[in-house]
Design a protein around this ligand. Structure first.
Ligand code: ZN
Ligand code: ZN
Length: 411
């Protein structure tokens, strides 16, 4: 056995299951309690366990703010608005002051009533290219199709503001909303005017577009408008390396998480077959994580499927997904030469099909951790663990100390 010198630095793999936490429903059990998870249980047995309030008790986290918190960035200070993460996740260039949105192609009738919020799964790339690069009042607007009907939109120019309302109706049947300033100010007024003009122009251009003519011929509804929401404003923040001292990598399928990672200066490592859905290739994620550990100190691995099952109210699906992650991902990384931490970004109980503030389980395994009596990784068992109840924002500092990149206060 070799003894590490106190100057050696350690590494971490942080595995985050999206929406893993739940409430008891089937036979009084949560999907995590009901799932078959021998490898996570082994980590629990060897590690220190606890519960985590990702933002703070009673606050329901969004996936975006939750990840900022878990990765050591106070969301109340660092959250730039969702659109920024979408644009970064889509590999778009952002400069200070740019305003970014999430967007989707939709179908509207001539009275601007939304018939379908998710139109044009095919042909979206071509439609996005048609709108890309438009200029309104000196503001250049760039657009990139991400998956299916989804796009990221970036406005570049002077005096823009993220404080404008959504155009998206969020459900079919409503009339396309007018974008309104959410604060008193010239920048807000200007951004709202440009947004409304862009949406109007998108209808004019897309309604007559050959892709939509073809769709009509086939009897499909046209993707004849783009609806914007989630405005965000970009500003460069300290990278994890600058803030904590170690290099960090992200392994994720869905673009939101890649966007969060880029925002805080992580290297985003592409994974073959990582889809951000249930069919994601977990074996590849595990291999990529182990490989990333060679060059990075902190490797964050994200799995999305569990949250989707929660939103669908699918207990069995969530249980199966958890079991599969254990077998295909956890089994492969559990003995890596690194601290292993496992947690979730929030709970998504199948009984309510939305995120909730219920705290999530967390475990850390590695040299020197105060191993406790817990031997099963689930929402209830971990509550008696030695880590107690922490906040999301505490996780990276705790891991940093184990890694040897600690902050000392006082002498
Ligand atoms: Zn989430
Ligand atoms: Zn969710």
């Amino acid at each position: 056995m070799t003894t590490k010198s106190s100057y050696d630095k350690n590494k971490v793999i942080l595995l985050v299951y999206d929406g893993l936490g739940d409430r008891p429903s089937m036979n009084g059990k949560t999907p995590l309690q009901a799932a078959n998870t021998p490898y996570m249980d082994e980590i629990s047995e060897e590690g220190i366990n606890g519960l985590m309030d990702v933002i703070s008790p009673g606050i329901v986290p969004g996936s975006d703010t939750a990840h900022l918190s878990i990765l050591g960035y106070d969301p109340y200070k660092y959250y730039p608005g969702r659109g920024v993460f979408e644009a970064l996740g889509a590999d778009m260039e952002l400069d200070k002051g740019d305003v970014a949105f999430r967007a989707n192609f939709a179908t509207v009738d001539e009275k601007m009533k939304v018939i379908d919020r998710r139109a044009g799964r095919k042909g979206s790339k071509e439609l996005a290219e048609t709108l890309n690069g438009l200029e309104i009042e000196g503001i250049k607007i760039f657009l990139k199709n991400t998956t299916e009907h989804r796009c990221a939109v970036v406005m570049k120019g002077e005096n823009l503001s993220r404080y404008v309302s959504d155009v998206d109706t969020h459900e079919a049947g409503g009339i396309v909303k007018e974008c309104k300033p959410l604060k008193e100010g010239e920048d807000e007024k200007k951004t709202a005017t440009i947004t409304n003009e862009f949406v109007r122009m998108s209808y004019e251009i897309l309604n007559e577009h050959p892709v939509n003519e073809e769709r009509r011929r086939r009897g499909e509804p046209p993707a004849n408008i783009i609806l914007l929401r989630g405005a965000g404003s970009y500003e460069k923040v300290l990278s994890m390396k600058e803030k904590f001292g170690f290099s960090a990598a992200c392994i994720a399928g869905a673009s939101l998480y890649k966007g969060v990672a880029k925002y805080i200066g992580m290297d985003v490592i592409p994974v073959e077959g990582a889809t951000g859905k249930a069919d994601t290739n977990l074996n590849n994620k595990a291999e990529t994580a182990l490989h990333a550990l060679e060059k990075h100190d902190f490797v964050f691995v994200h799995v999305k499927g569990t949250d989707n099952n929660g939103h669908d109210g699918d207990f069995e699906g969530k249980k199966e997904m958890i079991s599969r992650i254990d077998k295909e991902l956890v089994a492969r990384i559990k003995d890596a030469d690194a601290y292993i931490a496992i947690t979730a970004d929030h709970s998504t109980p199948v009984s309510i099909k939305r995120h909730s503030s219920d705290p999530v389980p967390v475990v850390i395994k590695g040299e020197g951790v105060r191993k406790d009596e817990v031997n099963k990784f689930d929402e209830v068992s971990v509550a008696s663990g030695a880590l107690g109840r922490i906040r999301g924002i505490d996780l990276v500092p705790i891991l940093s100390d184990f890694m040897g990149y600690y902050t000392m206060y006082g002498t």
